[in-house]
Design a protein around this ligand. Structure first.
Ligand SMILES: [Zn+2]
Length: 246
């Protein structure tokens, strides 16, 4: 646990900051240290560490002075948040599949299901106002399509890696909040089912990125050399992925 010091329980103060219409809270820990430090975390939490005897008002002032910097960090990390604002699962709402927008159309039906037809997600529900059921059906649709698509494409790229003597990884699919994919040291690739909302060339970037980790676990020079050899335009794909709205 960062900042934990046995015997000396850290005191935490919450400082509320505003910037235009935005409001946020900084958790300040008081520790045996000389300077104030502020961290904006990738999950958008903001924490600070202050010297144990520092004056509370001075700390508050210092944080207020850094508010523009904090907002800049938050904006940066917000680009990487794969999770959308909560959907309402009502007719007319936009949902994504492979980078394209489709409108949700809900009508009464005896079989509860959703199908992608033309520009629409056409859903049938016993009760068209049953948002929990609508959500469940959409989530299952995405999970099913993620499994089929991600595994099929991963297997295509895997051929290149098999030639290098790499054995096929175990693949797990999961809905994740903070990452598109990961590859563990024992060769398990975990992919975010939300990935099927991104354009296919971005999906491929994530797949190849994780496959490269089977050969090179770290983001070192050799890793990027291999990535570039397979996807010479990987940077463009990554950039596009960061703009994906899901
Ligand atoms: Zn990586």
């Amino acid at each position: 646990m960062p900042g934990y010091c046995p015997g000396a329980k850290a005191v935490v103060m919450k400082v509320k900051l505003t910037h235009g219409k935005r409001r946020f809270v900084v958790d300040v820990e008081f520790l045996e240290r000389k300077r104030l430090s502020i961290t904006v975390h990738p999950d958008l939490r903001i924490t600070a560490r202050a010297p144990v005897n520092a004056d509370r008002n001075v700390i508050k002032n210092r944080l207020e002075k850094r508010v523009a910097w904090i907002v800049k960090q938050l904006d940066y990390f917000e680009r990487f948040q794969p999770l959308p604002p909560e959907r309402a699962f009502i007719s007319g709402e936009t949902h994504y599949y492979l980078g394209r927008q489709y409108r949700l159309k809900i009508r009464p039906g005896s079989v509860q299901r959703v199908r992608l037809i033309g520009r629409f997600f056409e859903m049938e529900l016993h009760d068209t106002g049953d948002r929990a059921k609508a959500r469940e059906i959409m989530m299952r649709w995405y999970a099913d399509h993620a499994r089929e698509l991600l595994v099929r494409r991963l297997n295509q790229y895997l051929l290149v890696f098999v030639k290098m003597g790499i054995s096929a990884p175990a693949i797990r699919l999961r809905r994740m909040k903070k990452r598109w994919g990961s590859c563990s040291a024992n060769g398990v690739i975990i992919l975010n089912t939300e990935l099927v909302k991104a354009p296919i060339h971005c999906v491929d970037y994530v797949l190849v990125h994780e496959l490269c980790h089977l050969k090179y676990p770290n983001h070192d020079k050799k890793f990027f050399q291999l990535l570039r050899r397979i996807l010479p335009d990987w940077e463009k794909r990554k950039e596009r992925l960061e703009k994906v709205v899901i």
